[in-house]
Design a protein around this ligand. Sequence first.
Ligand SMILES: [Fe+2]
Length: 311
Amino acid sequence: MNIIGPDYLVFGVDNVADCVQYMTDYGLKPCDIDESGGWLEALDGTGVLIRPRHDPRLPPAMETATTLRETVYGVADEATLQAIEAELGKDREVQRGEDGVLRCVDDMGFALGFRITRRRTLDLPGEASHAPGAPAARAVNALGASNDMPALPRSLSHVVYFVPDPDRAEAFYQRLGFVCTDRFADTGPFLRPGGTQDHHTLFLIQTPPFMKGIEHFTFHMGGPTEVLVAGTRFVEKGYESFWGPGRHQLGSNWFWYFNSPMGCHVEYDADMDLHDEQWTARVAAPGADNSQYFLFHYQEKWFPGGPPAKH
Ligand SMILES: [Fe+2]
């Protein structure tokens, strides 16, 4: 099944204006926003939909406190939608909405949708980094960074769920062609659907049932410098860094996580590994040593100058 990855996430929140402002400051473009929330999107048209918690247009809330109300995947073609409908129709209700989205609920209770993707094909350069021994990555006199350089989310990368039964959850996504690229033992798998080579578009973490819901979601940036620039701008707007910046081990993606008014973390990421069927999944022990190669902490800008210290 040619599932590409999440096209958009739907949230039902108490503080619509705060969440819209947060996602706007994060770098998404607000479109069609009013007091009942609305749509915000990245450069390729993937995005998030923010609505009030009790908005009747939303799928039912989970029994937990999570604000995630739906994950809608983009697929390549109608044949994939029909294959999903045939597979999941064997043991659950699957309905095609007026918006063309095929909807169901997964085995953990997460509302899912599938539609022919509306991602726009991007034609943007990635980060270009000079290295001795390699051809010049940028033209002579072209600057590698600047104060006004763009650092905008390009594409919805992945979503992470807290689930009480990761084996059962993984088995459900295997029916849709997701494969495990790597795994944290006794925690959960990183999953890649058939329509992308990204290391993961879904990661599952085992938790007690009362925590079930979204842990974080992430948009891909154009490179590590964009992660650092966007994250710095986000901190300077007053948002709270949670973890990062750093570089993950499984997936190699650069990361920087922030607390959010949606009650989950929101991440910037860049330069995730690509894999195909030749790849053999690794199993790592969960813990800090296997979760990142290095970890930095934000500090306010500084310069080695100024008057002598007073004693
Ligand atoms: Fe992540």
